[in-house]
Design a protein around this ligand. Structure first.
Ligand code: CO8
Length: 373
């Protein structure tokens, strides 16, 4: 068995930012339009008026202050309320592949490696922009990588499940290295017209290069152990899919074709699931809370992370022990914990242990125990 290690990380961050205040102003203008258009039905008691959103609620409920998006013009237009992304010719790089190229290039540069050193590409994300050919194969082609590539989707846990898949292949010897890349265009499947969730997500792309530890040239983290778990739940769901046009009315503008969640239930059900998952994983690997130097958690909600951090460490995490990036990026699905890892890991000392944990739709939970080499 070979020892896998994360040798490089990359984060592509879109250039456009939407602050909570901008988002709420657009949402409230949209609510005014909606209520005016439906005034008669609302007056007749046939329809509920759309209530306003508020920046104060968003910050208090989630900890989110802003989000990066590929396009803010459409999202902030009260008559549109979704991003506008340019249609591309089939022979030019797709939107996800373009984001992935920058993140992968950063990861390769950090590791001091080139495309020739990579054997596989796993594009692991919450949604893929087309059914086929796989986005991963397009990324492989654009980077000039030999070997193979495939797409994966485990919603918010796509990245950690991808890391486990790549690490297992490296352990067994079927490959020497892999790029696991997570282009998350959450803005395109978020329902920006629903105040319960319109503030939750942002766009980003992360990448990690995983190699045999013996091939590492610089700073790297040994992947000591990975653990994945799933448990079916409809509390986070999106009904869009290739059967859409086979069903009556499904081509209409339907709420269930975008992200839907029962946030309260998710909050209550996922917290014990994740706390137990991490505790069991650490116990089985002989890692005590006092051994953990850093927790890189999924970035959905600050209160959730505070709770999990306290549960895992048995005390309130000290400054920097459990870094959050959600205040700047919002929830970026599978990429969140990897952004936290990429930005807040280089100061760890050789021998230090840290843990990445993702959780979300499915439900799905993935944890990765790392040791700074
Ligand atoms: N402004 C003002 N008031 C609001 C707003 C708003 N924007 N939204 C809701 N309210 C109101 C509600 O109507 C409610 O009013 P009332 O009490 O009168 O009914 C009140 O505020 C409280 O609402 P909630 O109970 O919903 O508020 P919470 O405190 O529960 O906070 C959260 C809502 C932030 C959503 C919280 O429940 C949460 O974070 N839950 C966990 C969510 C989570 O982790 N989800 C994971 C999803 S990510 C994932 O799995 C990836 C999926 C794939 C990616 C999809 C990309 C698009």
């Amino acid at each position: 068995m070979h020892q896998p290690a994360i040798t490089g990380t990359g984060v592509f961050t879109p250039s456009q930012i939407i602050t909570n205040d901008e988002l709420v102003a657009a949402f409230n203008a949209h609510a005014d339009l909606y209520n005016a258009e439906n005034a008669e039905k609302i007056a007749a008691g046939l329809l509920e008026p759309k209530p306003y959103s508020s920046s104060e609620f968003i910050h208090a409920a989630s900890g989110i202050e802003q989000r990066y998006v590929l396009d803010k013009t459409g999202v902030l237009d009260p008559e549109v309320m979704h991003p506008w992304l340019r249609e591309r010719d089939d022979d030019e790089p797709g939107q996800m592949a373009e984001m992935a190229l920058e993140a992968c290039t950063q990861a390769l540069e950090m590791a001091g490696k080139t495309a020739g050193d990579v054997d596989a590409v796993l594009c692991a994300a919450s949604n893929h922009e087309r059914a086929y050919p796989a986005v991963a194969i397009e990324i492989q082609d654009l980077l000039g990588i030999q070997g193979f590539a495939f797409d994966m989707n485990v919603a918010c846990s796509s990245a950690t499940f991808g890391i486990q898949a790549a690490a297992d292949m490296i352990r067994s010897g079927s490959i020497r290295s892999a790029l696991v890349v997570n282009p998350e265009i959450c803005s395109a499947h978020l329902e920006w017209r629903d105040r319960d969730c319109h503030f939750i997500f942002g766009d980003v792309c992360t990448a990690v290069l995983i190699e045999r530890a013996e091939d590492a040239k610089g700073l790297h983290f040994l992947i000591k152990s990975t653990r994945c778990a799933t448990q079916f739940s409809n509390n986070i769901r999106n009904n869009n899919g290739f059967l859409r046009r086979t069903r009556k009315d499904h081509m209409e503008d339907r709420r269930d074709m975008q992200f839907m969640q029962n946030g309260r239930k998710v909050f209550k059900e996922v917290l014990p699931l994740v706390s137990k998952h991490i505790a069991d994983h650490m116990a089985d690997e002989g890692v005590a809370a006092t051994d953990l130097k850093r927790l890189w958690l999924h970035q959905a909600n600050k209160t959730m992370n505070d709770y999990i951090g306290k549960k895992v460490l048995g005390r309130d995490p000290a400054d920097g022990e459990q870094p959050n990036i959600l205040q700047d990026y919002a929830n970026t699905s599978s990429a969140g914990s990897i952004i936290a890892f990429a930005k807040y890991s280089k100061d760890l000392q050789p021998g230090d242990t840290g843990l990445i944990c993702s959780f979300g739709a499915g439900y799905s939970v993935g944890s990765v125990i790392l040791e700074r080499a």
